[in-house]
Design a binder for this molecule. Structure first.
Ligand code: RB5
Length: 142
């Protein structure tokens, strides 16, 4: 499992906590920034991480901004990306089981950061259920 991760200034602090989680759990990853709280533009990071995932350089991506909304809107413009903006454990699990999400979007300013780490753990460990859900995810790409 190789993960590409990125954030803007609004998601920087949570991104750092997720990076620590990935390191502590020996999960391979590349951090595409941002690397400080200085104001920057979320589409730059969303496009970069999404393109890396679609190119097959990484299995999955994680993007964090203030709300998660800008990241999800941008990432979903990249063909092949199924970016899920999740807000609890249920939506996180379902995004993998039913939607085969390949990119998790989180909003640092709108969810508890400890919950966010639990969500990342769950998202990484939950498999796609396939079958009827595969018919539907294939339809997205048509
Ligand atoms: C930055 O202030 C904020 O707009 C951004 O992090 C994000 O929430 C956009 O969707």
């Amino acid at each position: 499992m190789r993960i590409a991760i990125g954030a803007d200034h609004g998601g920087f602090n949570l991104k750092e906590k997720i990076v620590k989680y990935l390191k502590d759990n020996n999960i391979e990853f590349k951090d595409f920034g941002t690397f400080s709280l200085e104001s920057c533009h979320y589409p730059q990071f969303a496009k970069q991480v999404a393109k890396e995932v679609v190119a097959g350089n990484f299995d999955k991506g994680i993007l964090v901004c203030g709300s998660g909304i800008g990241m999800s809107i941008t990432a979903n413009r990249i063909k092949g990306i199924r970016a899920a903006l999740c807000w609890d454990e249920t939506t996180t699990k379902l995004s993998r089981q039913h939607n085969n999400s390949n990119l998790l979007c989180l909003g640092e300013r709108v969810i508890d950061n400890d919950l966010a780490i639990k969500m990342v753990d769950l998202w990484i460990k939950t498999d796609f259920e396939g079958e009827r859900h595969k018919i539907r995810t294939d339809m997205i790409e048509d």
